[in-house]
Design a protein around this ligand. Structure first.
Ligand code: C2E
Ligand code: MG
Ligand code: MG
Ligand code: MG
Length: 281
């Protein structure tokens, strides 16, 4: 009896494995099609100086509008694309689309703020990255300062030698670098001194707790004071309430990104904001 059950379990397991493999193949094919058919779009979310109300940056956030699957949020296909290796092509598309948009704004006589793109670790650590970015900038007649690259903490530590070379090249081109989700990684802080990093983005999980949970508040103020004394820029991620905004302003962090100011929005809407300015909460 036990033996038969064992075999059934094994059969069930193989079936599940097959289903998963099929699903992965299907998703892989759909992502390939998405790239070919331009099913991706970039939304942009303003980074606002809450002191003055001016937009000092835009974060580009990918959106996938699939005819078969509907709206697929990045959290459910980026990790898969990283595993399947398709992330390199997707990130390339993102850099290209962001540059194309920057060039379009400049052509309309709008002075755009810097645009930050999220680069996945496996892509950032490829030797070809610098060339891809510099070609894209050149093709659209842009300067390095128009672009910012967002990385997470772990990426740099995964291959310190390659990261050092890439960061130096980006710096030389004038592309700025920010550390995304800062405070959630497990890396040592010493890398902040060793690498040419421009901005720390305080993770949303700390900002959420800032007015309710003493630990969130303590971590946030510690990051702000460390970044300030190291002359790093700070962006607070995921600011949703006026209380969080006041807390951050009181503690010396004025640049914020979050639903309180603006949700990620399509380019047309951002164009309007760049022309008319942002209505402050
Ligand atoms: P992230 O880079 O940390 O981006 C911030 C995320 O927080 C975005 O989610 C944004 O929509 C969301 N957000 C912004 N303000 C608020 C707020 O006030 N409240 C809340 N609850 N959320 C807020 P999104 O667009 O779903 O992206 C999720 C993650 O997917 C990103 O996290 C990033 O890691 C990744 N991602 C997005 N676009 C790209 C891309 O083009 N390339 C790569 N490699 N990864 C991307
Ligand atoms: Mg980001
Ligand atoms: Mg982030
Ligand atoms: Mg985040």
């Amino acid at each position: 009896h036990a033996k038969r059950e064992g075999r059934n379990n094994a059969q069930f397991f193989m079936q599940a494995l097959n289903d998963a493999a099929c699903e992965r193949l299907l998703l892989e094919r759909q992502l390939r099609k998405a790239l070919a058919n331009e099913e991706f779009v970039l939304y942009y979310q303003p980074q606002v100086d809450a002191g003055s109300g001016s937009i000092i940056g835009l974060e580009a956030l990918i959106r996938w509008q699939s005819p078969e699957l509907g709206f697929v949020p990045p959290g459910s296909f980026i990790p898969f694309a990283e595993e399947s290796g398709q992330i390199t092509l997707i990130d390339e598309w993102v850099v290209h689309a962001a540059c194309r948009q920057l060039a379009a704004w400049l052509a309309q006589g709008i002075t755009p703020p810097r645009v930050a793109v999220n680069l996945s670790g496996c892509h950032f650590l490829k030797k070809s990255l610098v060339e891809m970015v510099s070609e894209c900038l050149q093709n659209f007649g842009l300067e390095g300062r128009h672009l910012e690259v967002e990385l997470t903490e772990g990426v740099i530590m995964r291959d310190v030698e390659q990261a050092t070379a890439t960061l130096a090249e980006l710096k030389r081109m004038g592309v700025t670098v920010s550390i995304d989700d800062f405070g959630t990684g497990y890396s040592s802080l010493s890398y902040l001194r060793r690498f040419p990093i421009d901005t720390l983005k305080i993770d949303r999980s700390f900002i959420t707790g800032v007015t309710r949970d003493p630990d969130g508040a303590a971590i946030t103020t510690a990051i702000i004071s460390m970044a300030t004394s190291m002359r790093l820029e700070i962006v607070a991620e995921g600011v949703e309430t006026a209380e969080q905004m006041s807390f951050l302003l009181e503690h010396g962090c004025s640049v914020m990104q979050g639903y309180l100011f603006c949700r990620p929005a399509p380019p047309e809407e951002i164009t309007r904001l760049l022309v008319e300015g942002l209505a402050m909460p």
